[in-house]
Design a protein around this ligand. Sequence first.
Ligand SMILES: NC(=O)c1ccc[n+]([C@@H]2O[C@H](COP(=O)([O-])OP(=O)(O)OC[C@H]3O[C@@H](n4cnc5c(N)ncnc54)[C@H](OP(=O)(O)O)[C@@H]3O)[C@@H](O)[C@H]2O)c1
Length: 258
Amino acid sequence: MDLTLNGKVAMITGGSRGLGRQCALSLGREGCAVAICGRDGDQVEQTVSELKGLGIKASGSQADVTSPGDAEKFLQETTDTLGAPDILVNNVGGRRGSVLFDETSMEQFLEGLEVNLISAVRMTKLALPHMQAQGWGRVINISSIYGREHGGSVDYMTGKAGMIAFSKHLALQLAQTGVLVNCVAPGSIDFPGSTWDRFQQNNTPEVVAEFIDRNLPMGKFGWPEPIGETVAFLASDRAGLITGACLNVDGGQSKSLF
Ligand SMILES: NC(=O)c1ccc[n+]([C@@H]2O[C@H](COP(=O)([O-])OP(=O)(O)OC[C@H]3O[C@@H](n4cnc5c(N)ncnc54)[C@H](OP(=O)(O)O)[C@@H]3O)[C@@H](O)[C@H]2O)c1
């Protein structure tokens, strides 16, 4: 299936490793020029080299998207190097607090909202004018199944649910403009260095087996490629009727009906 993405410019927050790196690979293989960022500049450079080695047009910025100045810098460097972004993937996220509200400080809660929600809103505000002006654009937000149902730390769940609400609101507002806004909700996705890699290394085989048995209907952790491929599909014209949606990519892990 030709996704007709050749020549589009895609900006992926994070992207130096993990699911963001996979989104860059999947979009790059479809002919997009891809821009990634991360706080660790060496890791960003390494991934940009890897992408270029595969024949993908790529650029990288050392930028912390929770900093308004760095977010602007990421957009400016992308525009200068590859052109203004047609596609924005808000991928950065992670927990800051605990599962227990009592054990989550106000600072952790606010940081959790900043990294999972506010930074994505800010980046969308920056990238949207070009998409609106040209009458074509895609905003794809990486949420989590824990934004759709109970799970994870209190700040993470609240931030990821907020991201789905924000996406729906924006999608309806932009529905007639050619700019589509959607979420992807991954389940537990494993790759070297991931949270779930650490979980498996730090727990006994019995604990890991029990977790898999209780939570993962396929009997195994997820892997990054289906996330990247879903993002590439949502970015394409093939997905032209999909906006305001949140797609689980979780091997059946989510228990919610909706
Ligand atoms: N893996 C899963 O099982 C899973 C499940 C559900 C949802 N998700 C969501 O999917 C997204 C990606 O997850 P992942 O597992 O790939 O995470 P990850 O392994 O922690 O990778 C995160 C990426 O974002 C960058 N990053 C982190 N904070 C940043 C910041 N403030 N500014 C700029 N870049 C930043 C990291 O580079 P630096 O550290 O160098 O900045 C890295 O490139 C997250 O939103 C996560 O919540 C993941």
